[in-house]
Design a protein around this ligand. Structure first.
Ligand SMILES: Nc1ncnc2c1ncn2[C@@H]1O[C@H](COP(=O)(O)OP(=O)(O)O)[C@@H](O)[C@H]1O
Ligand SMILES: O=C(CO)[C@@H](O)[C@H](O)COP(=O)(O)O
Length: 458
């Protein structure tokens, strides 16, 4: 931005977003380095010795099943943990990752003076000091009591000692956490009055960027696929997550995460469409809604929702087959991904209503043919923003909101002049009959795969 001549002195406030759940371990003494950076040198040179581990766990890490079971046992079971923190224990959630670090590398843990999320880590760089964790991204840790908005002593104690002081106190997502550091003033030309608003997770920031309204579904088609919505009241369950709402501290958001998102779409594109999104789209255009009864499950890595691994293809007679022709494979993948989203959302009570809009974002929302299948499977119109980077746009709106007064001002008021999303796809005639028949079949086959996977363990 500096090289392209951007005028940083125009920036009154900034905020940002990071992948959820990942954690960064600042070594004892790092805060001193962070607060006295030389504007003549890049950050990477100066911060190199500031971390107690060099490979940080990110959301794709699923190696903490043992710690998950320990945490659930410590608080009275999975449901009790979900009521407290919004989710049963999930491997990628930060508390379980911290517990694993403490158990396997106690020295690195005790050498850490501060633990940041990816979001609060990035905010710390702009602040030149440790940024607090915001309530919304903090809800992805299995540590925060989402109703009271304080760390749960039971969860902290079950994960690692002295954890509260390493995390710092959580803050409302719209809080101004301080002014920009002199490093950014001197190196880039920000004004010293530029305010930093707490950073949050990528999905919460997308909710802000899409200005989601109650009843709408947001579908993010990035590396992971996520489905999320605005919630008045938390309805914790054994599947999915409830996070504190990033734009209104009274409310919540629900989220379902699907690990096999863009990476499996890319693999099937490479295998069945010679690596071309164009050919992938043509396959969707040339095949019928419902795929003549052919259904597929494509989970190259252990899926989060539901816990299945492997590729499973079924013909119209529900007989498992080993392969599909290329075009059928592509439609089976995309229809299957969206049927899973609808089935799991409805299973949690989040129903498609006549006024429901779907807001799509993330890299694959560039693809109109994928969005057409989304509209058909959900029987609802699909809208997109003029950018697929809704997390970035949301961060800008959130910065503006924080600057305008945060919790005392309605976010919808602050962002009211922002452009409206535009219509990208409407359900095709006949779609509802096709998918009303297919959705229960998909759900039954999913159960069949799940019970077959469980059988050897019993
Ligand atoms: N035309 C397209 N059709 C389908 N997928 C696409 C298309 N263009 C980009 N993508 C996908 O978008 C993904 C990146 O999405 P993005 O939202 O930027 O990811 P992240 O979740 O990591 O932020 C790429 O992995 C790519 O598979
Ligand atoms: O784990 C989750 C949500 O719970 C992921 O959605 C991460 O927040 C990262 O997403 P990508 O941006 O990599 O898709």
């Amino acid at each position: 931005m500096k090289a392209s001549g951007f005028d940083f002195s125009q920036v009154l406030a900034l905020s940002g977003a990071g992948q959820q759940h990942g954690s960064v371990y600042w070594k004892t003494g790092a805060s001193l380095v962070l607060s006295s950076l030389s504007p003549a040198l890049p950050l990477c040179q100066q911060l190199q010795a500031c971390f107690s581990i060099s490979d940080c766990p990110i959301w794709m890490d699923s190696s903490t099943t043992a710690q998950c079971r320990q945490l659930e046992a410590a608080v009275g079971g999975a449901r009790a943990l979900s009521c407290l923190t919004g989710s049963r224990a999930y491997e990628r959630f930060t508390g379980n990752q911290i517990a694993k670090l403490f158990q396997q590398n106690p020295e690195a843990y005790s050498n850490s003076e501060r633990i940041s999320l990816v979001s609060s880590f990035a905010a710390s760089l702009f602040l030149g000091g440790y940024s607090p964790i915001d309530y919304s991204d903090g809800s992805g840790m299995n540590l925060l009591q989402i109703q009271e908005k304080v760390w749960s002593q039971a969860c902290l104690g079950a994960c690692a000692p002295d954890l509260e002081e390493k995390l710092g106190s959580p803050v409302p997502s719209c809080s101004v956490v301080g002014a920009i550091s002199s490093y950014y003033v001197q190196r880039y030309g920000f004004l010293p009055t530029c305010q930093v608003v707490a950073f949050t997770g990528d999905n919460p920031a997308s909710l802000a960027g899409m200005r989601l309204e109650e009843g709408d579904f947001a579908v993010s088609l990035g590396t992971s696929d996520t489905l999320f919505l605005w919630l008045q009241e938390p309805m914790p369950a054994l599947e999915g997550h409830i996070f504190c709402n990033p734009v209104d501290v009274q409310y919540y958001m629900a989220l379902l995460c699907f690990k096999n998102g863009s990476l499996i779409r890319e693999k099937i594109r490479d295998e069945s469409a010679s690596g071309s999104w164009n050919k992938f789209s043509k396959a969707l255009q040339s095949t019928e809604m419902g795929n003549n009864g052919n259904l597929g499950f494509y989970f190259d890595v252990m899926e989060i929702t539901p816990e299945i691994i492997g590729r499973h293809r079924f013909n119209a007679e529900n007989i498992e087959v080993s392969a599909f022709p290329g075009d059928v494979e592509i439609r089976a993948l995309i229809e299957g991904q969206f049927m899973a989203k609808r089935i799991h959302a409805e299973g949690l009570g989040y129903r498609v209503m006549p006024k429901t809009k779907i807001l799509a974002t993330g890299g694959a929302s560039h693809n109109k043919d994928i969005l057409q299948v989304l509209a058909d499977v959900f029987g609802a119109p699909v809208y997109v923003m003029d950018t697929s980077s809704s997390a970035c746009v949301g961060s800008a709106y959130r910065a503006f909101h924080g600057l305008a007064g945060g919790a005392g001002v309605a976010f919808s008021e602050v962002a009211k002049s922002a452009p409206r999303p535009s219509l990208a796809a409407t359900p095709s005639p006949g779609a509802s009959q096709v998918y009303e028949a297919l959705l229960p079949r998909y759900a039954e086959l999913e159960q069949r795969i799940l019970s077959q996977a469980r059988r050897p363990l019993e």
